[in-house]
Design a protein. Structure first.
Length: 393
């Protein structure tokens, strides 16, 4: 079956967060694709809509089995039904874990630069962020394990949030890296929350390993957050799952998720997931090929037309992490300039901390025509910004 990822959909004036922008602006910031979701998901939603009744919903057996089957087939992770808890989203689950698995004043380790909402979940609840800054050498990121052990060994460190695959760098952590993290966290009695929402958006041929599937140490200290929403572009349906093999941790989180009132599905949350994981595989594989070609296209464009901006080599997500070190001036200021002068709206790397001050983040999940327009705006904007920056000196 052929899927039309080149189709342009006008999302302005539809209540879209991403496209709530000025008419001349091109938003390529938030992690939200400009593709319609898989036909199987649309069919499931139409079927539900035709019932005309939207009362309280339950988590069905099809929901459980679609997730269990998908992770077993695609990722070699054999889940048990009782490990799974429905949640309205990954971010609510992360915040719940921070509140339930740590105390006010505790430390939570993050590997920066990393998804900025993690900082809000931690700091808004009286906990402290300990940054395990990723090493950045030769255009590639890796884990600083000496620093990580030091941060985990702190007696006030009780939780680590692991982003696997990593947002914004696109790294897929190796089984060896994950096993080493698991052993360190076991040694220092630190629980690991693994945000694996981007796991199905790997570059074809790249292997992702679920943290909880790597070793007993990883499994028994883990809370894993998963969702169909990133891969199938349905974040607005508010649906995710929390996977917790350890009974003690699971009971703590189950109580927390219910106390926070984030463990009950809306009318579309369950059926959409069952359809995505049950019937959406062919669509997803075609999407991954299209995204990989978008990434190659963008890299070739930058190398030829804008060599001072270097994309970090990424094996997952649909996000391009742009190293702007070679651009005269400041990356955060550049991002503001681009939006003001060209309408190109990117994410500021400084929000992700670590060495993010040198970067901008671009969303590649759009038809190639739109990507080409964004890259041309970037080229034009960088040239104008450098001319402007020289005049400020």
């Amino acid at each position: 079956m052929q899927f039309d990822f080149d189709r342009i959909t006008d999302r302005r004036n539809t209540g879209s967060l991403k496209w709530d922008a000025a008419e001349a602006e091109l938003p390529m910031w938030v992690a939200d694709m400009d593709f319609q979701t898989a036909p199987a998901v649309l069919d499931a939603l139409r079927h539900k809509l035709q019932s005309g009744i939207f009362g309280y919903s339950i988590v069905t057996e099809e929901w459980y089995q679609s997730i269990i089957s998908w992770w077993n087939k695609r990722h070699g992770f054999r889940m048990q039904k009782e490990w799974l808890i429905f949640c309205t989203g990954v971010v609510p689950a992360v915040t719940c874990a921070v509140k339930r698995m740590t105390n006010v004043g505790d430390n939570v380790v993050l590997q920066t630069p990393v998804y900025d909402i993690f900082f809000h979940s931690i700091e808004n609840h009286g906990r402290h962020v300990l940054e395990n800054r990723l090493k950045y050498e030769g255009g590639e990121y890796s884990i600083n394990f000496a620093d990580l052990e030091q941060k985990l060994a702190d007696p006030f460190t009780t939780l680590m949030i692991l982003c696997n695959p990593h947002n914004p760098t696109g790294n897929i952590w190796s089984r060896q890296d994950l096993e080493r993290i698991g052993e360190l966290c076991r040694r220092y009695h630190v629980t690991v929350l693994a945000d694996e929402i981007h796991c199905d958006l790997t570059v074809p041929g790249s292997d992702y390993a679920p943290f909880a599937a790597v070793s007993e140490s990883c499994r028994d200290s883990s809370i894993t957050c998963i969702s169909a929403t990133k891969a199938f572009n349905m974040a607005g349906l508010q649906t995710a799952a929390v996977v917790i093999p350890d009974e003690r941790i699971r009971n703590i989180m189950l109580r927390g998720l219910n106390a926070d009132e984030i463990a009950e599905p809306n009318s579309f949350a369950v059926d959409s997931v069952a359809a995505a994981f049950g019937e959406g595989e062919e669509w997803l594989d075609a999407l991954r090929e299209y995204l990989a070609e978008n990434r190659r296209y963008a890299a070739a464009f930058l190398q030829k037309e804008l060599p001072q901006v270097k994309p970090v080599d990424s094996k997952a997500t649909y996000l391009l992490w742009l190293d702007c070190t070679g651009v005269l001036g400041d990356a955060a200021e550049l991002g503001q300039f681009l939006r003001r002068e060209t309408g190109l709206y990117l994410s500021a790397g400084i929000s992700y901390r670590g060495n993010g001050i040198r970067f901008l983040r671009m969303n590649l999940a759009c038809p190639r025509e739109r990507l080409t327009e964004g890259l041309n705006r970037l080229k034009k904007g960088v040239a104008a910004y450098e001319n402007w920056a020289v005049k400020q000196c």
